[in-house]
Design a protein. Structure first.
Length: 941
């Protein structure tokens, strides 16, 4: 290839692949080619983008480059590609010092198409000549209905949400105190700084950094594609000349050992007891891959794994209820932090002292050897690039086991490292309100000199933006986006069937290429348990590895589990009969199971079964451990409800739609959290009897007649594996099944859950099975179109929410949901207005085909062995085997008329007015009449 020179080539024997580095002659742009015969191909291009302020420029560029470019001229090629291609990965990321644009697909034509679209996006984006993508993704003034001037913008809203998380706030302090240079700035942006960003600054940053000389391209694909790939790259690199690459600076400060404080918001009605967060952070200079890998292990052994010494000590002394760690390796010199959540504010000094003492102890006594073996054994990281260099480091670490290798690192990186600080995050009431007031004042100040003309301009800009957002792409624009045809798609889908095996336990298996790993699942039927008993069983599942057994304490037991199993988990799963045409009666028969699932090497199964037998028979239940786990669960749930509110919202709304949802909410939802809090409050009275129920369930549920075994292994060992897995039977001493229980019916609600957050999670749903509807290909296509077309435009692009979905499943649920949404009532109205959209829906067959391609991209995305095995088990347990092939065939037949026929399902479903939102108090208050029920989740009890 005349435009590129090969400068380096290396065989990577661990993985039997070769890496080649090319340099573009003119611009010196580097291109790494990894020769691979993987069916999946991937491409990425990255630019160094070190920020020099907190205005979020790298992040806003990342978003706005994807809003159209010179050759791909629709409003949002990114969204078009999500539906018109077989891509299985299409994204963009802003890191602290660089920005990356990766894609992946299994189709060769698609791969080259996507590569071109992405290169066009980064080198020829519309936003360099047109300010509107900047307004949309970055920031713009907007006049609200009551005449107030404020800011809106997708990145602006996205970063607002980050501000309530104490760990994010602490990490800002850490980078400002320990770092000098690039990393003191937040590449994502801080809202009040984003407000001051100008389009000129934005363009200047773009011009400076988005140059081939400042880029790195990675191609993971077969050798046969190399000429095409380099030709495509040259089209974009050619003629740009050489430019000195951007410079990332990373220097030390002279701050060392200080205590810093930062406030974070909690709800005014929430208790602030034990809500501090302490963060002890060390900056690690000169961190090479070897040190990084070693620190990763140290993090596991010191903090993360069950029973890790530092973690246990801090909890034991009542300093904190929950201890985690953070290794921020996106920085050139990373920082390592011990994070103590739900900490006691009076014990900050003790926190520092204990951490230091524990570190000294680790250096003196050494880290637990058994755990280290376990770690090395289970470390099968799917990240290709890390794997490439993992083997020699593992060898080195193992050789170093007896000569203090890790302990010396602890000594050097922590004990002797004076680049450290401690940040205390103080829970503060009224802070969100204060911030809101400050931003109102700030906006008033910023806009005080706006004359009528300026305000008119703002209104015009918003109106014009809205017009552009609503304008349909022209056929010429649409024609610029490359897409595959239905004829490129295979008519036959995957086969999820299992083979039923004659055995003394009911058994099903799948034979697959698994690299010698065996995947297994033991399902124990719990249909004779009451709802309350299921909750106890769920508790059992989450605590079972935390108790001692007659033979071992839980630490050793944990190490034995890790040594023998690649993974071993316990949880409760529910299944319902979801065959095509399933009825209310079918989905009312919910089957709950206690599930033991894991992966193990064939040669380890016999030892593994012994451990499992011990866990299922010899646990010594202990009230103290129960109490400790209970408070851990409460802390974890609180974190999830506040920081990942989407999941509790989805669980909640499903409880209005089906019995299965009622059970899931009772076990994993906000109800379960509130039950946990109740138990904690009354623990003196009720703790012991709860422990007894735990014990009773434990002695009941593990029996052969409740058990169904599923496993997946290689062909040549399948019989041997069967024998070994069946041997667990000798150790199953539970009781026969009793009478099958009836579970409570769902109750339709429209409910608002108040939580101290800044944004909304808004959902509305219905169950089509209970309406007598049979799932079909056209219905599936219609829902996908509503999600990717209507919701995307209305809720995300126009509304400013970070995400929005219309999700559905064979059990009948169909749910509209928004994520990090600035609006609540407007979004509900948008959901209802889908009716208008459906009535006026017009597509050409080609447009429909495009959507179908996107649907097949999801259906045919590459699956891991364990993911595939899961789907096989689920299709058996949910009685859905064969549905996907029927739906697949129906998808090829979708026409506008068939889509229209399905509209009434959605129109009628929405009439049921089943709504759930998780929102801040201020948002709910605005039109509280909409909701028949309001719950303040963190009300003091
Ligand atoms: Zn973003």
């Amino acid at each position: 290839m005349q435009f590129f020179t090969e400068i380096y080539r290396e065989k990577l024997p661990d993985y039997n692949i070769t890496g080649i580095v090319f340099e573009h002659n003119e611009t010196k742009a580097k291109v790494v080619k990894i020769l691979s015969d993987d069916q999946n191909k991937s491409f990425s291009i990255s630019f160094k983008t070190p920020p020099t302020n907190n205005k979020g420029i790298p992040h806003i560029i990342e978003h706005s480059t994807l809003c159209g470019s010179d050759h791909y001229t629709t409003k949002e090629p990114f969204a078009d590609l999500l539906r018109g291609s077989l891509q299985n990965f299409l994204n963009a990321f802003t890191f602290p010092d660089h920005t990356m644009y990766p894609i992946a697909t299994t189709n060769e034509v698609d791969y080259q198409n996507l590569m071109k679209v992405y290169l066009d996006a980064v080198f020829l984006p519309r936003v360099r000549n047109d300010i509107y993508p900047f307004y949309q993704e970055g920031r713009r003034w907007e006049k609200s209905e009551d005449g107030e001037l404020k800011f809106n913008g997708i990145v602006y809203n996205e970063m607002k949400e980050e501000e309530t998380n104490p760990v994010t706030l602490a990490s800002r302090v850490i980078s400002q105190k320990l770092y000098n240079g690039t990393y003191i700035y937040e590449a994502g942006g801080i809202p009040k700084d984003i407000e001051t960003l100008t389009y000129d600054e934005f363009l200047k940053f773009y011009e400076e950094h988005y140059h081939p000389s400042n880029s790195l391209t990675v191609l993971y694909s077969p050798l046969s594609l190399i000429d095409n790939e380099l030709t495509i790259l040259n089209e974009y690199f050619n003629g740009k000349g050489f430019k000195t690459p951007s410079h990332v600076t990373d220097k030390d400060t002279n701050i060392s050992g200080t205590f810093e404080t930062v406030q974070y918001p909690i709800d005014s009605e929430e208790s602030d007891e034990m809500k501090d967060v302490f963060v002890y952070a060390w900056k690690i200079n000169n961190c090479d891959p070897e040190l990084q890998f070693a620190l990763d292990i140290i993090q596991q052994l010191m903090v993360t794994v069950e029973g890790a010494p530092l973690n246990e000590k801090l909890k034991e002394l009542g300093i904190a209820k929950n201890v985690t760690s953070r290794f921020e390796s996106d920085f050139k010199s990373p920082y390592f932090a011990v994070v103590a959540k739900n900490a006691d504010p009076s014990k900050l000094d003790q926190f520092k002292q204990v951490v230091n003492e524990e570190l000294q102890k680790i250096v003196k006594d050494g880290l637990v050897y058994a755990m280290l073996c376990a770690y090395a054994h289970t470390h099968d990281d799917p990240d290709l690039f890390r794997s490439l260099r993992v083997n020699w480091i593992i060898t080195k670490v193992r050789e170093g086991l007896n000569n203090h290798y890790l302990e010396d690192i602890v000594q050097k990186c922590f004990i002797e490292n004076n680049k450290h600080i401690i940040v205390r995050c103080v829970p503060t009431k009224g802070l969100t309100e204060k911030w809101e007031k400050e931003s109102q004042e700030r906006h008033a100040e910023m806009s005080k000199d706006f004359d009528e003309k300026t305000i008119k301009e703002i209104e015009n800009t918003c109106a014009e933006l809205k017009r552009k957002q609503q304008a349909e792409d022209t056929p010429e624009q649409i024609a610029t986006i490359p897409h595959l045809r239905l004829s490129d798609i295979d008519k036959k889908g995957r086969d999820f069937s299992l083979e039923e095996v004659k055995n003394s336990i009911k058994t099903y298996r799948k034979v697959d290429v698994t690299n010698g790993i065996v995947y297994f699942k033991y399902f124990f039927d719990l249909s004779d348990l009451t709802l309350e008993q299921l909750r106890v069983a769920d508790f059992l599942a989450s605590t079972i590895k935390s108790f001692n057994t007659k033979q071992h304490n839980y630490l050793t037991l944990g190490a034995l589990i890790d040594i023998n199993f690649g993974k071993l988990t316990f949880n409760i799963e529910t299944h319902v009969d979801s065959h095509l045409g399933t009825t209310t009666e079918d989905i009312n028969h919910v089957k709950p199971y206690f599930l033991i699932s894991g992966k193990v090497l064939n040669s380890y199964i016999t030892d593994g079964i012994k451990i499992l037998a011990e866990i299922l028979n010899d646990i010594q239940f202990d009230i103290k451990i129960l109490q400790k786990k209970l408070s851990e669960f409460i802390v974890r749930s609180e974190g999830i409800i506040k920081n990942s509110s989407f999941s509790p919202m989805s669980t909640r709304i499903k409880s209005y739609l089906s019995k299965q949802g009622v059970i899931e909410e009772y076990l994993n939802g906000i109800t379960s959290y509130l039950e946990d809090v109740k138990l904690r409050t009354n623990f003196e009275k009720e703790g012991l009897s709860f422990l007894h129920s735990l014990e009773e369930i434990y002695h009941t549920i593990f029996s052969t007649n409740r058990c169904t075994l599923f496993y997946c292994s290689e062909e040549n060992i399948k019989e041997d594996v069967l024998k070994q897995l069946t041997s667990l039977q000798e150790f199953l001493h539970g009781k026969e099944m009793g009478k099958v229980q009836e579970y409570p019916n769902p109750i339709v609600k429209n409910e608002a859950l108040q939580v101290p957050i800044k944004v909304n999670y808004v959902s509305k749903g219905f169950n089509y099975a209970s309406m007598g509807i049979t799932f079909n290909g056209a219905f599936k296509a219609l829902m996908e179109i509503i999600e990717k077309e209507y919701l995307w435009n209305k809720v995300r692009v126009e509304g400013g929410a970070y995400g929005c979905w219309l999700s559905y499943s064979y059990n009948g649920n169909a749910i509209f949901a928004s994520y990090r949404d600035p609006h609540l009532y407007e979004t509900l109205t948008t959901y209802d207005k889908v009716v208008d959209y459906l009535e006026n829906m017009k597509f050409t067959q080609e447009e429909i085909e495009n959507y179908l391609i996107g649907i097949f991209a999801d259906i045919d995305a590459p699956m891991t062995v364990s993911g595939f095995f899961n789907s096989c088990c689920n299709s058996y347990l949910n009685n859905t085997l064969g549905i996907s092939q029927v739906i697949r065939e129906q998808l090829f037949q979708v026409t506008l008329e068939r889509l229209k026929e399905q509209s009434s399902i959605i129109i009628n479903g929405l009439k049921k007015n089943t709504v759930c939102t998780i929102s801040p108090q201020e948002a709910i208050k605005k039109q509280s009449g909409v909701f028949s029920e309001k719950v303040n989740v963190f009300e003091k009890v």
